[in-house]
Design a protein around this ligand. Structure first.
Ligand code: SF4
Length: 89
């Protein structure tokens, strides 16, 4: 399941800096950061916890019910996005 950022983002940029998949982008029209579900692996392959959720100043990022995936699917996504890397978690 990809993560998403609900309303309430204060544009601090912590998540943007920490995402290992570069899945987070500035949505200037909405004045907030957003997550590209095609690039989010819930940090599977890199970390034991979603780094955006861990570092968010206002604890916003949460699992996106519209993008549900198994751990296997997330690992496949990790491999597609990072063909030169081996998953560490
Ligand atoms: Fe990036 Fe991990 Fe957050 Fe997904 S859960 S957007 S991969 S930091």
């Amino acid at each position: 399941m990809a993560y998403w950022i609900p309303e309430g983002c204060i544009y601090c940029g912590n998540c943007f800096e920490e995402c290992p998949n570069e899945a987070i982008y500035e949505n200037e029209a909405a004045d907030k950061y957003d997550i590209d579900p095609d690039k989010c692996t819930e940090c599977v392959g890199f970390h034991s916890e979603p780094q955006c959720a861990v570092t968010c100043s206002v604890e916003l990022p949460e699992p996106d019910p519209n993008h549900q995936e198994t751990r296997e699917q997330l690992l496949e996504k990790f491999k597609k996005l990072n063909p030169d890397k081996e998953p560490v978690l």
